[in-house]
Every structure is written in C-alpha cells, then in structure tokens.
Design a protein around this ligand. Structure first.
Ligand code: T4K
Length: 372
C-alpha cells in the first residue's frame, strides 16, 4: 500500500518481539502459575520501580482501578478537587467512591489544573485533590503540595499519561501521596490492558497489595473492602519485554514531535506545546490547537478533513468531562467556571504519534494541515 493511501490512527501499540513473547509463554505454561503475584508479576514490579525511579509500585489490571483504589485506601470522603480536561475515568473514580468531584479550570499554557483555582474551590468538605499530568506534561506539583499541606488535603495524581516523565532527573510519579498509571494499549508503555500505583513506603504498598486482592492479608484474614484488580502473568511477561524497548520508543516519538513542530511552526492559527525546561517528556500525545479565525477553518472542519484523507487524529479531551451526566448539573461544571478548559477542548486535535510512525506519514499529515 502506498503511504498516501494508508489509514493513520492516533496511535499504534508498542508490541514485544513475538518469538521472545512465545518463549516466555512457554515458561508460564510450564509453571502453570498464571496469575496472583506470580514470578513475572514480581519481576515486572521490580523492573518498573527501577526504570521509573520510584521506591514502590503495585501493578494493576488497568489504569482505572488504581484510581478507585487510591481514593479508597486514603479514605477520601466529601469533595475532591479535580480537572475537567482529562479522560472520563479520572472523574468516574471519584464518583465510584461516593465523593463529589469539584472541577477547577486549567492553565492554558499546560492543560493542567491551574493551582490558582484550587484554593478558591476548597470547602470544609474537601478532602483531596486529584490532578492529571495531562499529555504527560507535569503539573505544578510544588504549588499543589503547598496548598494541600496548608489545608490538610491528600493529593492523588492521575499519571496515566506520565510514564517515564521526569523533572530535573526525578520521577514525576514521586509527587503527591499516590500516583496512578495506565498501561493501556494506547499508552506510551503498554501491557495490553494494565496499570499501576506508585507509593512512598512499604507499609502503603502492603495495604494496596491487599486491596487489589479482595483485601486478603493471608488465607484467612481480610483487612479491608478490597477488589480484584491484579495483573496476570501473561501481561506481566509482555510488560517485561516492552520495557526493553521503551527508551527507543520514547526517542522515536521525540523525533516525530520535533518534525511536527518544525513543519507546523509557520502555519498561522495552529499552535502546540513546546518542551518544558528540565523535563524528560514521553511524547505520549501531540496535541495541536486550532484558532478558527487565524487558521480559517474550525477545529472540526480540520478534524473531518483529516479523516476524509485517512488521518485519524483524536479530539482528546473533547467533550470535557464536566459536560457528561451526572457531572454536568454540578455548579463547578458551569462553562463560565471553566473558560480555559472549554477553549482547549474546542480547539484540540491530537495528531498521530507512535514509535513507528514513518517520516513520510508525518509529512502527509502536515501537508493536510498546511494546505487550505
Ligand atoms: N486516566 C487518564 C488520564 C486516562 O487517559 C485513562 C485512559 C485512564 C485514566 C484510564 O486508564 P485505563 O483504565 O484505560 O487503563 C483510549 C484508552 O482506552 C484509554 O486507556 C485512554 N485513557 C484514553 C485517552 O484513550 P479510546 O476509546 O480513545 O481508544 P480507541 O480504542 O479509540 O483507540 C485509539 C486508537 O488507538 C485507535 O484508533 C487505533 C489505536 N489502537 C487502539 C487499540 C485499543 C490500536 O492500534 N490497537 C489497539 O489495540 O480510549
């Protein structure tokens, strides 16, 4: 198929070498140990803790359950301050814990929750802040910590997009009380479905490990209202293999981001984020923002034009979570409270970016955006 005709999707999964994977499957078949904290699970936890530069990590079966479990483990009640500019799982985790999400606006220069807005949203019912490092761009963790400390609030970071992101050599995942990751097929690092929680101490890891296994501390003792959210051996083995190629995959994405920025820098009405100083980015997404007046076309006109030509970007994160039921009836969901988030959601297109997106494909995407 000619590059011109090929359908290009927003992402494409990083896959381990099939033969190597089959070799590990043989080991699992021989051992007959296929889930419940098996040896591949233990190896992957150790390898990820080292790669991610975090003291403790607990694997999960996806990126939603560690969010639910984090709120549960920290006994969060009442109101949780969060961002409307994320994937809906962020807010659902609050709702599933019978808490009330309180939306605050984002900083347009990062897409992340604006710390300025957090303090004004705190009430006597607030018990936690749940920010998202959206697109893997680090939140202002220092200011968020300062506010949380002053008001005695817990901080749980939804770091679903932030695999491998570092600030001045330190993992972003060490911020807050707990951080959660997604290893879904569409993420920079994937275990097909999968996720994890990062914590600071061994005691918390023990509690979380109990909670993800129904609360069992041993054969006869249940220490809390746990759930089943364990990762199995097959996906742990797959994850170990993918970890070997993650640095190369992130570098390939970096090169694609450089090409996009170079090709789009003179297109009036199209903007994008630059790298942040001191940050090791993971280039998990490449959002562009369309200014209708300057570009001469609406975001949706460009989005559908790209689709017509076989380029399937995505409008992450449109619509805002705050527009979905049941959240849209909350006072904090009013568009007047969230002008920056509304503007970003209405102008964003995430362009295709993945480890083996070819140079010619990037050119083809940029040509579509450049031609009017
Ligand atoms: N917090 C945040 C901030 C999140 O972004 C997410 C998930 C979560 C929490 C929850 O984590 P998980 O429980 O999902 O682990 C995707 C993902 O399903 C979701 O994981 C992700 N965020 C969200 C932003 O995007 P869709 O519905 O947009 O994906 P889908 O199926 O349309 O796939 C997009 C493109 O990827 C396809 O057009 C082609 C490609 N693709 C996809 C899959 C699944 C493949 O090439 N192969 C595949 O197997 O939600």
């Amino acid at each position: 198929m000619h590059v011109k005709d090929k359908m290009i999707t927003v992402t494409s999964p990083l896959l381990p070498d099939l033969q190597e994977f089959q070799g590990l499957m043989k080991e699992i078949w021989d051992s007959k140990w296929i889930t419940n904290n098996g040896s591949f699970h233990q190896k992957l936890e150790a390898a990820l803790a080292e790669y991610l530069k975090v003291p403790y990590i607990s694997l999960f079966t996806n990126g939603t359950l560690p969010l639910l479990t984090a709120l549960q483990a920290l006994d969060i009640t009442g109101e949780v301050i969060t961002t409307p500019y994320s994937f809906v799982a962020t807010t659902h985790s609050i709702w599933w814990n019978r808490c009330t999400p309180v939306f605050v606006d984002i900083d347009p220069s990062t897409g992340n929750m604006d710390p300025e807005r957090i303090e004004a949203a705190i009430t006597p019912r607030t018990s936690a802040i749940l920010p998202v490092h959206v697109y893997g761009k680090p939140c202002d963790t220092k200011r968020i910590k300062d506010i949380a400390d002053r008001y005695g609030l817990k901080v749980i970071y939804d770091a679903a997009h932030a695999f491998g992101v570092e600030v001045n050599g330190e993992s972003i995942l060490n911020s807050g009380d707990l951080s959660t990751l997604s290893f879904h097929a569409t993420k920079v690092y994937n275990t097909i479905e999968g996720g994890a929680m990062v914590m600071h101490d061994a005691e918390t890891k023990k509690q979380i490990d109990y909670l993800k296994n129904f609360g069992f501390a041993n054969e006869v003792e249940v220490v809390g209202p746990g759930i089943n959210s364990k990762m199995d051996e097959v996906r742990s083995a797959y994850g170990l293999l993918n970890l070997k190629q993650i640095d190369a995959a992130i570098e390939a994405r970096h090169q694609i981001a450089i090409r996009y920025r170079e090709a789009l820098k003179d297109v009036a009405g199209i903007s994008y984020f630059e790298d942040m100083p001191g940050v090791r980015h993971n280039y998990s997404y490449f959002p562009i923002f369309v200014d209708r007046k300057e570009y001469g076309m609406t975001r949706d006109e460009l989005y559908y034009k790209m689709r017509d030509k076989g380029v399937f970007g995505r409008r992450y994160f449109y619509p805002l979570i705050s527009t979905f039921s049941p959240y849209n009836s909350f006072p904090s969901a009013a568009p007047s409270n969230l002008p920056n988030a509304c503007r970003m959601a209405d102008s964003v297109i995430c362009l295709p970016i993945y480890h083996n997106l070819e140079e010619g494909e990037v050119e083809r995407i940029c040509d579509i955006i450049r031609e009017k």
